[in-house]
Design a protein around this ligand. Structure first.
Ligand code: 6GU
Length: 225
């Protein structure tokens, strides 16, 4: 999978892809992320990419031309299955969305800034619009990094057994159960007996119960679906 991210702040995206699982995905040739400076497609000496909004009102809007020029320059080189726009008024991104995107080929992600992008791009070029939660970020870059991470780690071969995505929280609409490691007794706080029993059936059952109890108290909304 190849992800092309379009942004006015490429620096914000340098860190997230240089480490850990995302770096391993890249080193193994399973995923590549390319970040593009939108201003390279901006007009004039100032490489302008935004302008005042029609109808008046505070805040600038990202213009059609630089964005579409950038999208089309990419589309000339390969076929993209999705063009994502990161925006607080998009669909709230969840694990099912990550699963679905992980089955696609290449995609473009557009990071919004200011008051957002011209509606005509949303109407005619964007295929998916996502928010990562009910709060406002300064721009779509961190959201693009979040979604790329959630998707790339699901690609076959990226995770090994130890980090397997199958036991993640949300993968079955349940939160993950608690986990413990050595020592057995830390300052009088003990590991639950059942985990030391060697009885795999009892351990599986305990984990299921814990996952269910946690979900019921912390995220009852997940049980309603
Ligand atoms: Cl995708 N963008 C911005 N600017 N804020 C957000 C968001 C996206 N998702 C949640 N808050």
């Amino acid at each position: 999978m190849r992800i092309d991210i379009i942004t006015v702040l490429p620096e914000l995206l340098e860190g997230p892809f240089a480490h850990s699982i995302l770096k391993r995905a890249k080193d193994k040739g399973l995923a590549e992320v390319h970040v593009h400076q939108l201003r390279d497609f901006g007009a004039g000496k100032h490489q302008q990419v935004d302008d005042y909004q029609y109808g008046g009102g505070a805040g600038m809007v990202m213009q059609c031309e630089p964005l579409v020029d950038c999208i089309e320059a990419l589309q000339k080189q390969r076929t993209y299955d999705a063009v994502l726009y990161m925006t607080p008024d998009g669909k709230r991104f969840n694990q099912q969305d990550a699963n679905a995107l992980s089955l696609l080929g290449d995609m473009i992600i557009i990071c919004g800034h200011y008051k957002g992008i011209d509606q005509r791009i949303r109407d005619h070029w964007i295929t998916h619009e996502y928010s990562i939660g009910d709060y406002v970020l300064s721009g779509g870059e961190l959201a693009a990094a979040v979604i790329s991470d959630a998707v790339i780690r699901l690609l076959p071969g990226v995770l090994n057994d130890e980090t397997s995505a199958l036991t993640d929280s949300f993968q079955d609409n349940l939160l993950a159960p608690p986990v413990y490691t050595r020592p057995e007794d830390f300052r009088g706080h003990k590991v639950p007996e059942v985990l030391l029993s060697g009885n795999t059936k009892a351990i599986d059952l305990w984990r299921e119960e814990q996952a269910y109890d946690r979900t019921k108290t912390r995220r009852p909304d997940l049980l309603e679906d």
